[in-house]
Ligand binder design. Sequence first.
Ligand SMILES: Nc1ncnc2c1ncn2[C@@H]1O[C@H](COP(=O)(O)OP(=O)(O)O)[C@@H](O)[C@H]1O
Ligand SMILES: [Mg+2]
Length: 238
Amino acid sequence: MNNALEANSLSINRSGKPVLNDISFTVPAGEIYALLGGNGAGKSTTLLTFLGFLEAASGSVSVQGEQVNKNVKKAREAIAYLPEAATLYGHMSAYENLRYFLDLANAKASDSELNEALDSVALQTAARSQHMVTYSKGMRQKTAIALAILRDSPILLLDEPTSGLDPLAIDEFNRLARKLADQGRTILMVTHDVYGACQVADRIGLLRRGKLVGAFDRTEGEIDTETVHRAFAERAST
Ligand SMILES: Nc1ncnc2c1ncn2[C@@H]1O[C@H](COP(=O)(O)OP(=O)(O)O)[C@@H](O)[C@H]1O
Ligand SMILES: [Mg+2]
């Protein structure tokens, strides 16, 4: 199977300090990979590298088999990115935000496609035409996820997609992510939520202070939350 995303012995420095240290992992097309780690582990840095915003000190990343530094534009075209603090406009409604940002990305969506995407994240119908300044954090996050989906890109990079979501909304997100993967989309998401990661991911990489210190794989059966939690906690305390 083709790998949609690959990190090969990737090391990254930021402000002269090592932030990622020799990490390697692959995400086959149509799979969900969760990079799990605590604050400052290097999760967001990893996503930025796939988008070509940071230069590798050594090693490389590839998108759809091509090294990102050789063709940044092509890599970005294949990717929809949900940033850690997605900023949508408070004085515009969800509909207006989606239309505006899709326009900027040269993507098109019909009214029914907008509603379909907002249905898939379970944003209340009545809220959709209200200014987003009235939204809860969870509602803003749902709208941002809908925007990422509407980009219609084969690869989704999601930075803490479930932050601000309640447990029911997280279940909803997990179902949505699985549906997208079943449709052939590839998802690389980063999170510090062990339970959520185990629920949704085909593979989990445990990142600690810039090093991949654990790997868990669904092909060996369900990923066991307790096992991952223990590895996460153990690593965190050392
Ligand atoms: N813009 C930046 N300039 C310099 N160092 C940064 C910058 N952003 C993050 N870092 C550092 O890189 C490390 C990893 O950060 P980050 O990738 O944001 O971690 P995570 O997303 O896992 O919380 C941290 O030590 C952080 O201080
Ligand atoms: Mg982060």
